[in-house]
Design a protein around this ligand. Structure first.
Ligand SMILES: N[C@@H](CCC(=O)N[C@@H](CS)C(=O)NCC(=O)O)C(=O)O
Length: 220
């Protein structure tokens, strides 16, 4: 059986978990935090990032590589169109979400979510780049009702977990939800996907992890 390693507060962990649940693939979860120097982690995820999976064939990291493996190995419930062009268009959207939106907004997370500080120069650079990238994303994303069109795809696994973080981080640190400012009304989309049983399970597990983490921090 596949073992999904990581933790429920990680958006990339939840991207993979959502795909596993959508596709009805049996899996178990193993709690694993980032930055491990444990050989059993680094042999599967050499940079110590989560998520990664353990399979009978070995370990595999990078959420998109994992999604593509799952798609090829478990084709019964597809999260990619059959048509090569439409497939590539879904991958294009995933790249925009993961690389051009989330990875850029990630520079704000220290201040947005972890009590740190992001300097003014970085803030200005992130604002400029995110504004440009969001305008590009807007040209590609269909939201009709799913990101790539009529069907739920890998692009929704990526977007559903990351668009709220891009919005929140920019609102908290830069004073403006740059997705909304760029004309992307992400809330109804996130609510729509959030109604899916797979998404409800991911949300419930994430909240339980959040509560556990908060309880662990409390003195006494
Ligand atoms: N490109 C990676 C990104 C994964 C990632 O950045 N995960 C975060 C947790 S949400 C992490 O492991 N951060 C620790 C680090 O970057 O060292 C993927 O798609 O799996």
């Amino acid at each position: 059986m596949i073992t999904l390693c990581g933790f429920g507060l990680s958006n990339y962990y939840n991207k993979v978990k959502l795909a596993l649940l959508e596709k009805g693939i049996p899996f178990q979860e193993e709690l694993c935090m980032t930055g491990s120097s444990d050989e059993s982690v680094l042999s599967a995820s050499p940079l110590g990032k989560v998520p990664f999976i353990r399979t009978e064939q070995g370990g595999l990291c990078e959420s998109q590589a994992i999604l593509d493996y799952l798609e090829a190995a478990y084709p019964a419930v597809p999260l990619l169109p059959q048509d090569p062009w439409q497939r590539a268009k879904v991958h294009e959207l995933v790249t925009f979400v993961d690389l051009h939106l989330e990875l850029v907004a990630r520079e704000l997370y220290a201040q947005a979510f972890f009590g740190g500080k992001v300097d003014e120069t970085t803030q200005a650079r992130v604002r400029k780049l995110l504004t440009k990238n969001i305008a590009g994303f807007k040209r590609l994303a269909k939201f009709s009702p799913y990101l790539a069109g009529e069907h739920f795809t890998q692009a929704d696994c990526a977007a559903w977990v990351s668009l709220p973080l891009v919005a929140m981080a920019s609102k908290i640190v830069l004073g403006e939800d740059l997705l909304v400012a760029g004309g992307i009304d992400w809330k109804p989309y996130v609510a729509l996907v959030g109604q899916r049983p797979s998404a409800q399970k991911v949300t419930a597990d994430r909240k339980a992890d959040q509560e556990r983490a908060a309880a662990a921090k409390k003195p006494g």
